[in-house]
Design a protein around this ligand. Structure first.
Ligand SMILES: Cc1cc2nc3c(=O)[nH]c(=O)nc-3n(C[C@H](O)[C@H](O)[C@H](O)COP(=O)(O)OP(=O)(O)OC[C@H]3O[C@@H](n4cnc5c(N)ncnc54)[C@H](O)[C@@H]3O)c2cc1C
Length: 423
């Protein structure tokens, strides 16, 4: 009755911890030979934080990230369009956290090792093929030297990210991810947090945008925190772009001039970018939603199932929800095909809606409306767009993402375990 998990990213690790806590045997393997804290900032939303708290990880999260207080949208001239509270400040019972992706992944890894042993994740094992057997699945694993081995289990959950080998097996003609025309340059820098100690700020519009938020608590001695930033430019579809690679170093000359005069009373954007002194380049890509995730005793989860634009900060959160729904269904149906199908019936339509909403700019749409109506220049925002329009756009996205306040606060837990089983 073993759950095989391909990939020890955020989805795979959440699934492994949840299986261990629920007493479900599992094996988890990862393609890299050593898991390192890679990436820059991400946000984890209250619906996913609820899951992590229920897994007993509240103290670890508190030590890892920042409770996001608010999100503020600005025009390209720096004028405030709209600000809304986040997490507990917005009435959720759970916070939103801004974290460094790599630190967050290492936190999950340590939590798993603490309850399942230091060598629980088998590294340097890339899942390259899967076949159904009489009792479940046989997965072929390949190491860096090209040596192959096999592992058998009851089901395979492919948590192997946007370049999933397992998804490619079932969709051999799918090819590269879909690019919508935007390129992101991401970095971090030490600096003084702006507005509050935990504000997420976004300025500009679809064609030129800047997003920034602190991902560490403010050091009481220096008054500084680690600040994440993302500069985004959108290009015509014929632009030559570099394939997505989370570790590709970016070149400041490619985007810095476009932001050189974005010096606002709430933040000097060029200075922040220069202070960090480094950046990564990443094209904004996602995957077209597919009609099927479950093939025999294998299913897809996380980015392997529904890679989405990083708009609305939902990528990691949705992977966490996938993992939890899978465990609920294993507990209900036993580990097998029925559980995979029940999981897919709930999660595939929900995440398909989100992938498509993010292509339409999700909650950031208000910034485009302001650009279209007044090119970002206004004295009084209520003359450009009404408060009702603003709050309706924000509320509509939250519903699609499964994070409307009342809905989340009042629903039952996804996974119900006796208290003592949660480490
Ligand atoms: C190195 C890295 C850096 C990232 N940085 C950022 C960032 O800065 N900002 C952001 O918004 N998102 C980033 N992401 C993506 C983000 O983590 C995901 O969108 C989200 O957290 C969903 O996670 P996931 O576990 O489904 O996928 P991922 O986080 O992509 O994890 C997939 C895991 O599977 C492993 N893997 C891949 N193929 C195989 C295989 N065939 N067999 C076994 N293991 C395999 C990968 O090495 C990885 O550890 C990054 C992802 C990676 C891998």
């Amino acid at each position: 009755m073993t759950v095989l998990i391909a990939g020890a990213g955020i989805t795979g690790l959440t699934l492994a911890i949840s299986c261990q806590q629920a007493g479900i045997p599992f094996a988890i393997f990862e393609q890299v030979s050593e898991i390192k804290p890679l990436g820059v900032g991400i946000n984890v939303q209250p619906h996913a934080i609820r899951e992590l708290f229920e897994m007993g990880l509240e103290a670890e999260l508190e030590a890892t990230g920042v409770r996001t207080r608010e999100v503020s949208y600005f025009s390209k001239k720096g004028g405030l369009i709209w600000s809304e509270p986040r997490g507990q400040f917005a009435g959720y019972k759970w916070p939103q956290y801004s974290v460094h992706r790599g630190t967050f992944q290492m936190m999950l890894l340590k939590a798993l090792q603490d309850i399942a042993g230091a060598d629980v994740v088998k590294t340097d094992r890339r899942a390259v093929n899967v076949v159904d057997t009489e009792n479940g699945v046989r997965v072929t694993l390949r190491n860096r030297a090209g040596k192959e081995s096999a592992i058998e289990g009851t089901v395979l959950i492919a948590c192997d990210g946007i370049h999933s080998d397992i998804r490619a097996k079932f969709y051999p003609d799918e090819g590269a991810p879909h690019w919508g025309g935007s390129i992101l340059w991401r970095g971090t820098a030490r600096g003084k947090p702006f507005i509050t100690e935990a504000t997420m700020g976004m300025a500009g519009h679809e064609w030129q945008k800047f997003v920034t938020y602190p991902i560490s608590k403010t050091d009481p001695e220096t008054g500084e925190a680690e600040i994440n930033w993302i500069a985004e430019l959108k290009f015509p579809p014929d632009k030559k772009w570099n394939r997505e690679d989370y570790n590709r170093k970016g070149n400041f000359d490619d985007f810095f001039p476009a932001f050189a005069d974005w010096k606002f009373d709430w933040l000097d954007i060029p200075k922040l970018m220069q202070d960090g002194g480094y950046c990564y380049e990443f094209p904004m890509v996602d995957r077209d939603p597919v009609e099927q995730w479950t093939f025999g005793s294998t299913t897809l989860a996380g980015d392997a199932a529904h890679a989405m634009y990083p708009i609305g900060s939902n990528g990691a959160s949705q992977g966490i929800l996938d993992a939890r729904v899978l465990v609920r269904e294993f507990l209900k149906h036993g580990v097998g095909v029925a559980a995979l199908q029940a999981y897919e019936a709930e999660r595939r339509p929900a995440t398909t809606r989100l992938v498509m909403a993010n292509r339409g700019n999700g909650p950031d749409h208000v910034m485009n409306i302001v650009e279209e109506r007044c090119e970002g220049a206004f004295d009084d925002i209520s003359e450009v767009l009404s408060r009702e329009e603003l709050s309706e756009t924000a509320a509509a996205y939250k519903k699609i993402a499964g994070m409307d306040v009342e809905g989340l606060n009042n629903r039952a837990s996804i996974v119900e375990l006796p208290e003592k089983d949660v480490a």
